[in-house]
Design a protein around this ligand. Structure first.
Ligand SMILES: [Zn+2]
Ligand SMILES: [Zn+2]
Length: 205
């Protein structure tokens, strides 16, 4: 019964209009990169890993925010952050090899129950792919978008909390409560109150 997710963000009654609603993200489909896929397939074939060579797929995922690349097992797929294309070829190749090394390590160790993600098998695979000494968590080449939602507001009636990147400049009331208790028009009783700063986006790779 918990109504933890505020429904406020995407329903904007007239009195809310002064604040621009966040633009909903256009979800572009994940796009496969034929050239990078072919390169990985060849590299896997060179390492005598035919199944990896056959199944590996590299794609660009526009939904990735702070992570440069990701490897999926047993899908044998690699996702890259499109922002890498703005960083120059060196970063792109290093990220691609870093992720492919994960798949190589898993492919080689598939009979084992558990492989340390950045353990010896991965380090060996990195060396085989020409990036010996690669660090598990290299710093991202692009600037992170700081989307710290520092400003938190709470409805004094239902205690729904909303977080905003920027402070709200004018009086805003809880939409749900105004709708339920005041026929959808603004009432001061449901005015959102500022609370202590919310925890920001703490995501790190
Ligand atoms: Zn990694
Ligand atoms: Zn409320």
């Amino acid at each position: 019964m918990g109504r933890s997710t505020p429904q406020l963000e995407f329903r904007w009654p007239a009195w809310f209009r002064a604040l621009r609603p966040p633009v909903p993200l256009k979800i572009k489909p994940v796009r496969e990169d034929g050239g990078l896929t072919a390169w990985c397939a060849e590299a896997a074939a060179d390492l005598s890993l035919p199944e990896l060579a056959r199944k590996v797929r590299v794609s660009w995922n526009p939904r990735m925010q702070t992570t440069a690349g990701r490897a999926w097992w047993p899908d044998r797929s690699i996702e890259l952050n499109p922002k890498l294309r703005e960083c120059g070829p060196e970063e792109l190749w290093r990220t691609l090899k870093h992720e492919l090394a994960h798949l190589v390590a898993y492919e080689r160790g598939r009979r084992r129950r558990y492989i340390e993600p950045h353990g010896l098998e991965w380090q060996t695979a990195c060396a085989d792919l020409g990036i010996a000494g690669e660090q598990p968590f290299h710093t991202l080449p692009f600037k992170r978008r700081r989307m710290k939602r520092n400003h938190a507001y709470i409805c004094p009636n239902c205690f729904t909390t909303i977080h905003r990147v920027k402070p709200i400049q004018r009086s805003v009331a809880c939409y749900d409560c105004c709708r339920k208790h005041n026929h959808g028009t603004y009432h001061d009783r449901f005015r959102l109150m500022k609370t202590s700063p919310a925890d920001g986006d703490a995501s790190t790779r």
